[in-house]
Design a protein. Structure first.
Lengths: 234, 292
């Protein structure tokens, strides 16, 4: 088990967003959290990666209790979170952005090899490598965010709404890349607003509504149930 | 010809002095958004640490400079741990941190007054003496100041551009959450910036107190100059600060030589006002929160 979430509660100020989430991700598994906007997907990922503090519940990552750890400690343990809105280092070049993905100590020593590998996987980034991140298009930024995540020695990849704000042609490419990463054996936990692109990627799907998991099951079963999906996702 | 040599020499020397004073201030602003008004007191603290090493401990001058850097950096770390860390990320950071640094500055000044008294002291020059070419007098200490400034500024620039920690400092200044997701310990990085910035203030203090005098309040003028240079170069831009320091140095020297010494300051301020009207964010300034 790479990730185990038990009874997780989190929120902002006086409002509670997550009301007790239980979730487990196996090694190499693809899990997709589906839910409409504003129901806690981003909060769930941010709490798992340590950007938000959990109010209750526990987190185990790779067999270690990481409840209450800081985000940089959890990242060092091998959890890679590609956040919503990409959060690139705007005034840094594409290459420097990618290099930051290898910040963690043992990884830093292999940064050139990793860089070459990421350029191989995402060749557009190589052409843009001297460009500042804030001069890129939305699709290129998403690719940088994914590439930056791949620079790390990941045990689990979390991606928050990879299709957000992108043109349809580019969306297909982005999912293709994530799909390839999953097929290389890495566990992927993905949050999404609709079920349009996840069929290949998902082994298991959970439906999140109002901060609670309302349905959970194998991807084939849940994604085939169109009545259920349209009821929850509209 | 002599005039031109004089302008170049004075310009490079003043530029190095201004650059040394300003670089720590711009670094901490760029990385943490902290306008550190205790910077002048850290400058003085470094100078007194150097003075103590020479005059109380009786050690050679060569040890005074690293001691000054270390003492100021240690003070910077204490400042970070006791006062700034508890305020980081809280609402009202901008005004609260400025007020805190003013208080820390005054406290340090008072401590210096108690420990060393109000009398003016001087730190001996690393390299005393001078030589004359034509009509221009070159001091050896001036050469040392220039060399140290150029080396320190270059090292800082390279450190920020391509080292692991330096890149982390830039990353934290641009996108805090993403930095943490890359594994960068944000608070420790802030502490590191504070130490480097304070260490640079200490270096300026010990080096320049052999050219200027040293008293508990003698950090004030360098800090004001540092502020001017930093704003002129574009707050938070390391490159802008370096360019601004030398530009101001050369401009001042040129006015002094070709127009007359009493026009140097008014001329300099007119020049700065004119540039800031055209470029309100300074030479290399970027509007809003895009720094370093």
């Amino acid at each position: 088990m790479i990730l185990e979430v038990n009874g997780l509660e989190a929120g902002y100020g006086v409002s509670t967003v997550l009301h007790g989430i239980d979730l487990a991700v196996q090694e190499g598994e693809g899990v997709v959290v589906l839910g409409p906007n504003g129901h806690g997907k981003t909060t769930l990922l941010r709490t798992i990666s340590g950007l938000n503090r959990p109010r209750a519940g526990s987190l185990r990552f790779d067999g270690v209790d990481v409840t209450g750890w800081r985000a940089d400690q959890i990242a060092e343990a091998g959890l890679v979170h590609i956040p919503q809105g990409d959060l690139l280092f705007r005034e840094m070049t594409v290459e420097d952005n990618l290099l930051m993905g290898a910040y963690v100590k043992p990884t830093w020593g292999e940064r050139q090899e990793r860089l070459a590998r990421v350029y191989e996987l995402l060749p557009t980034l190589k052409d843009r490598r001297k460009q500042l991140a804030n001069s890129l298009s939305g699709g290129e930024r998403r690719m940088v965010a994914i590439g930056r995540g791949l620079m790390a020695e990941a045990r689990l990849l979390m991606v928050d709404e990879p299709s957000l704000g992108l043109a349809p042609v580019i969306i297909a490419q982005v999912y293709e890349r994530i799909q390839a990463i999953k097929e290389s054996g890495l566990a992927v936990l993905l949050a999404d607003e609709n079920a349009d692109h996840i069929e290949q990627l998902a082994d298991r799907v959970v439906l999140l509504e109002s901060g609670l998991f309302v349905r959970e099951g194998p991807a084939e079963t849940l994604l085939a149930d169109e009545a259920l999906l349209s009821a929850y996702l509209g | 010809m002599n005039d031109l040599v004089q302008v170049v020499w004075s310009g490079i020397l003043s530029g190095s002095v201004y650059g040394l004073m300003a670089i720590g201030l711009t670094l901490i602003w760029g990385a943490v958004r902290l306008l550190n008004l205790a910077h002048g007191s850290l400058y003085v603290a470094g100078a007194y640490a150097g003075w103590t090493v020479i005059n109380v401990a009786g050690l050679p001058l060569a040890l005074a400079i690293p001691s000054a850097v270390l003492a100021a950096a240690a003070l910077g770390l204490v400042m970070h741990a006791l006062f700034l860390r508890p305020m980081l990320g809280r609402p009202g950071w901008d005004s609260a941190s400025i007020i805190a640094t003013v208080g820390i500055g005054i406290a340090l000044q008072a401590a210096a007054l108690l420990m060393f008294g109000p009398r003016v002291k001087q730190i001996p020059a690393v390299a005393p003496g001078s030589f004359v070419v034509g009509t221009v007098r070159f001091s050896y200490q001036g050469l040392v100041v220039i060399a140290v400034a150029v080396v320190a500024l270059t090292l800082l620039y390279l450190f920020l551009r391509s080292s692991r920690q330096g890149m982390a400092i830039r990353a934290v200044s641009q996108e805090m959450d993403a930095s943490a997701l890359m594994g960068v310990p944000v608070e420790r990085t802030y502490a590191l910036v504070m130490m480097i910035s304070a260490g640079l203030a200490g270096l300026a203090g010990v080096l320049l107190s052999s050219i200027f005098f040293l008293s508990p309040t003698s950090g004030f003028t360098p800090m004001i100059i540092a502020l001017l240079v930093t704003i002129f170069g574009g707050l938070g831009s390391v490159k802008g600060t370096i360019v601004a320091a030398y530009l101001i140095g050369f401009f001042e020297a040129a006015v002094q030589v070709f127009v007359g010494p009493r026009f140097a300051l008014p001329g300099l301020f007119l020049f700065m006002i004119a540039v800031l009207i055209v470029r309100p964010n300074g030479l290399y300034g970027v509007p809003e929160a895009q720094r370093l």
